[in-house]
Write a protein that binds this ligand. Structure first.
Ligand code: NAD
Length: 329
C-alpha cells in the first residue's frame, strides 16, 4: 500500500488511458503524473478525482523531487511526426534526458517501463518486423530526433540494467489511435476524422498505399497494463505491441468518407521518408502475454473514435481538469 508510482506524459493520449487503469489498483499510496502539456491536454484527466493522484506540470528532464518511486512509466514524448519534427531537440530531451532524470528517481529494486516505438525499425526492409530486426533508420533524416532518441533511450536503459541492475520493461508500440488523440495531432486517423468533420477534405499523401498496423487504444492499453504491472512477466523487452493486420492509409480514408457524408479524398504529394510499411511480428508478444490479441477491427475502432471526435465538437471548449501543482518537496 506504500507503493509510489510516477507516470511521465500522463496527460497525453496513451498516458491518460494508462492512468485510468492505474487508478483501478488498490496497492499504491500515490501516483504522480509529470506532464508539461506540450502535446497533452489537462482535459484528458478531467474525470480523475482519486486523491492519490497528483498532477505536476513540469518538464520530465528537469523534474525534481526527493520522493523515490517503485514504478516509473516513461511516456513523455510527442508521437506525431509534425509535432516532433517542429521541435526535434525538445523531443530528444523528453525521451533521453527524461529517462536519465527518471532513473535517479527509482527506489532500489524499482522498475522503469518505457514506450519505445516501431520507428526504431525506420523504413523496414523486412516485414513483419521482429524485435531482432536492427532497423533501417536514417540517423540524420527528418524523423531522426524521434527514431534515434528512442533507440538511444533503449540503449541507456539496457546499459543501466547491465551496470546497475534496474528492473526494466521496454515496449515498441506500433500505430495507436482512439479517443483522446488531439484533433490537431496530425497523424492519419485523427487528421482524417478532424478533416471529415470540418471542411470535409481528407488529405492522403502519395498514392495512399503505404500501410500501417492500426491498434485501437483499448487493445493496446490492455497489453501495456499486463506487461507493465499486471502479469508476472520477467521479460525486460524490447517487446512489439500492436495490431498485426496491415491496412493501407487509403482504405482508412475511404472508410471515413463512407461514415461522414459529404467528405472526400484529396491526393497530395508524398511526405519525405514516410515509411512504406509497418507491421509487428507478434511471436514474442504472444509468448509473453498469452491470449492477448488486438481484437478491435479498424471499422469498429474508427467508428468509436469518430463518435468521440463528434462529442468533442459538440461539447465545445475543454472541460475543467485537476489543477497542476509543483510537488511540495
Ligand atoms: N501513439 C502512438 O501511436 C505511439 C506509437 C509508438 C510510440 N508511442 C509512444 O508512446 C508515448 C505516448 O504517446 P502518445 O500517443 O500518448 O503521445 P502524446 O503526445 O499524446 O503524449 C505525450 C505526453 O507527453 C507530454 N510531454 C512531452 N514532452 C514532455 C516533457 N519534456 N516533459 C513532460 N511531459 C512531456 C505531452 O504533453 C503529452 O501529454 C510516447 O512516448 C510515444 O513516443 C506512441
Amino acid at each position: 500500500m506504500s507503493r509510489k508510482i510516477l507516470v511521465s506524459g500522463g496527460a497525453g493520449f496513451i498516458g491518460s488511458h494508462i492512468v485510468d487503469r492505474l487508478v483501478q489498483r488498490n496497492d499504491f499510496e500515490s501516483l504522480v503524473i509529470v506532464d508539461n502539456f506540450w502535446t497533452g491536454l489537462q482535459s484528458n484527466l478531467a474525470h480523475i478525482s482519486d486523491p492519490r493522484v497528483h498532477l505536476v506540470q513540469a518538464d520530465v528532464e528537469t523534474f525534481s523531487t526527493e520522493t523515490r518511486f517503485d514504478e516509473i512509466i516513461h511516456l513523455a514524448s510527442p508521437a506525431s511526426p509534425p509535432w516532433y519534427m517542429r521541435e526535434p531537440i525538445r523531443t530528444i530531451n523528453a525521451n533521453l534526458m527524461g529517462a536519465m532524470n527518471l532513473i535517479n528517481k527509482l527506489t532500489p529494486g524499482g522498475k522503469i517501463s518505457f514506450a519505445s516505438t516501431s520507428e526504431v525499425y525506420g523504413d523496414p526492409l523486412v516485414s513483419p518486423q521482429p524485435e531482432s530486426y536492427r532497423g533501417s533508420v536514417d540517423c540524420t533524416g527528418p524523423r531522426s530526433s524521434y527514431d534515434e532518441s528512442k533507440r538511444c533511450t533503449e540503449s541507456l536503459l539496457f546499459e543501466c540494467r547491465r551496470t546497475q541492475g534496474i528492473d526494466l520493461r521496454i515496449v515498441r508500440l506500433f500505430n495507436v489511435y482512439g479517443p483522446r488523440t488531439r484533433p490537431d495531432d496530425g497523424r492519419a486517423v485523427s487528421n482524417f476524422l478532424s478533416q471529415a468533420l470540418t471542411h470535409g477534405e481528407l488529405t492522403v499523401y502519395g498514392d495512399g498505399m503505404q500501410s500501417r498496423s492500426w491498434g485501437y487504444v483499448d487493445d493496446i492499453v490492455d497489453a501495456l497494463e499486463r506487461y507493465f504491472w499486471k502479469d508476472d512477466v520477467s521479460y525486460v523487452g524490447p517487446l512489439n505491441i500492436g495490431n498485426d493486420k496491415e491496412i493501407p492509409v487509403i482504405d482508412i480514408a475511404r472508410f471515413i468518407t463512407e461514415l461522414v457524408p459529404g467528405s472526400r479524398i484529396k491526393i497530395c504529394p508524398p511526405i519525405p521518408q514516410d515509411p512504406t510499411n509497418r507491421r509487428p511480428d507478434l511471436t514474442l508478444c504472444r509468448q509473453v502475454l498469452p491470449g492477448w490479441e488486438a481484437n478491435v477491427t479498424y471499422q469498429d475502432g474508427i467508428a468509436r473514435t469518430l463518435q468521440w471526435f463528434r462529442d468533442q465538437v459538440m461539447s465545445g471548449a475543454q472541460t475543467s481538469a485537476p489543477t497542476p501543482v509543483r510537488l511540495a518537496d
